[in-house]
Design a protein around this ligand. Structure first.
Ligand code: PMP
Length: 387
């Protein structure tokens, strides 16, 4: 019986049945020949999805925060300077994380709903020498989309390593890691990659691997240390058994299925699908007179949206009404805007039917919460884009 609610939060998302079925296989040994081949395939396919043929991929049991931690702990030594460009909650997390490893962090914080200007970034880079800078492609707390291209360029110009937090963007928003010169692009399995939570995934440029090799001190995190994991990734890539920590075997099997589906669809087609879905959802919200947290066109994510409630709509009443529908959406994450907005994830293989069901449920819940509009107006606006 199909008694399941549609999960439209910004991760975990709705997963393809074939990905979920792949997880249900009897768990093989992590050194079984078939599993070694599967792991090796995942590493190869990651380079294609990230568009970084010369990068070093890592597949780790853990969450997106572990991917942030692995990049940070391997590239920072105590006393190094780091520039964190923040567009919300997860930017600030990176600042805190890097400080743990002794980094002297400069935090450039965008006003809510906006990005930090390139001029401000460049002025900051001119004033002091930085080892690395981080930025969030899509901050899941604000749905603000940052253009990584010029930041990659600035990183090259000033000799600063660049880390892109792509947890809410990889395989959803356009990323060309190698062409754009970004040193680390990291994500987690439960978002646009389309695999249940539990894998931290990153691809590292040769330049960043070299910077890591030239470290003078030990990596401050034993589990994340690339000294432990690089030989394992190389062994899997070469088809030979190895061990440091037991991989999340069933999740890696599911990852192989999902990466294959993404590449079969075509990465460009996937970006395009996401753009269309994002645009359709935003135009539905606009038709319903809901403003979005991102202030400017072109800075709105396609993987999720963050609509603000009109002043007269009580956010708690809306969320309560939503919980009576068949669709799950997420509340706001920014403490300063608590109760003032909600978030909808529409990444991965979200279908037309999923999106329309979500908009219909939002319309119903808005009505219960006292908002007035012509019924179906949001659905119509979305269909105008989708069709
Ligand atoms: N960065 C961003 C942009 C995220 O959206 C998230 C998760 N929502 C994280 C980092 C942390 O990922 P995880 O919850 O898997 O640790």
């Amino acid at each position: 019986m199909k008694r399941r609610k549609l999960l439209m939060i910004p991760g975990p998302i709705e997963f393809e049945p074939s990905v979920l079925q792949a997880m249900a296989v009897p768990t093989p040994s992590h050194v079984a020949p078939d599993f070694i081949a599967c792991f090796g395939n995942c590493l190869e396919m990651m380079k294609k999805v990230w568009q970084c043929p010369s990068g070093q991929p890592f597949i780790m049991a853990g969450t997106g925060t572990l991917a942030m931690d692995m990049a940070g702990s391997n590239l920072i030594e105590a006393g190094d300077s780091a520039l964190v460009i923040s567009t919300g909650y997860f930017g600030e997390r990176y600042a805190e994380l890097l400080r743990r490893y002794g980094a002297e962090v400069t935090l450039l914080k965008a006003p809510v709903g906006q990005v930090v200007s390139l001029e401000q970034v460049e002025q900051t880079l001119k004033k002091k020498s930085y080892k690395l800078m981080t930025f969030t492609h899509v901050d899941t707390s604000t749905a603000v989309l940052v253009d990584p291209r010029p930041l990659g360029e600035l990183g090259r110009k000033y000799g600063v390593l660049t880390i892109l937090d792509g947890v809410c963007s990889v395989a959803g928003e356009e990323i060309r890691q190698e062409e754009w010169g970004i040193d680390v692009v990291l994500t987690a399995s439960q978002k646009a990659i389309g695999v249940p939570p539990g894998l931290a995934l990153l691809v590292v440029s040769p330049r960043a691997m070299q910077a890591w090799k030239e470290r003078k001190t030990h990596v401050g995190n034993y589990y994340s240390d690339w000294n432990n994991w690089l030989p394992i990734m190389q062994a899997y890539a070469n088809g030979t058994p190895s061990y440091f920590g037991t991989p999340a075997v069933n999740l890696v099997i599911a990852l192989e299925v999902s990466l294959r589906l993404i590449l079969e669809q075509g990465i460009e087609a996937r970006f395009e699908h996401n753009r269309l879905v994002g645009k359709a959802f935003r135009s539905a919200m606009q038709a319903l007179s809901l403003k979005m947290i991102p202030c400017y066109p072109g800075q709105e994510a396609n993987t999720l949206s963050a609509p603000l409630f009109p002043d007269w709509v009580d956010g708690n009443a809306f969320m309560k009404a939503m919980s009576q529908t068949d669709v799950i959406v997420a509340g706001g994450l920014l403490p300063e805007l608590k109760g003032k907005y909600f978030r909808v994830g529409h990444m991965g293989s979200v279908t037309r039917a999923d999106l329309l069901a979500t908009i219909a449920a939002i319309e119903w819940a808005l009505k219960q919460a006292g908002h007035h509009f012509a019924p179906g107006i949001g659905l119509q606006a979305a269909m105008n884009i989708l069709d």
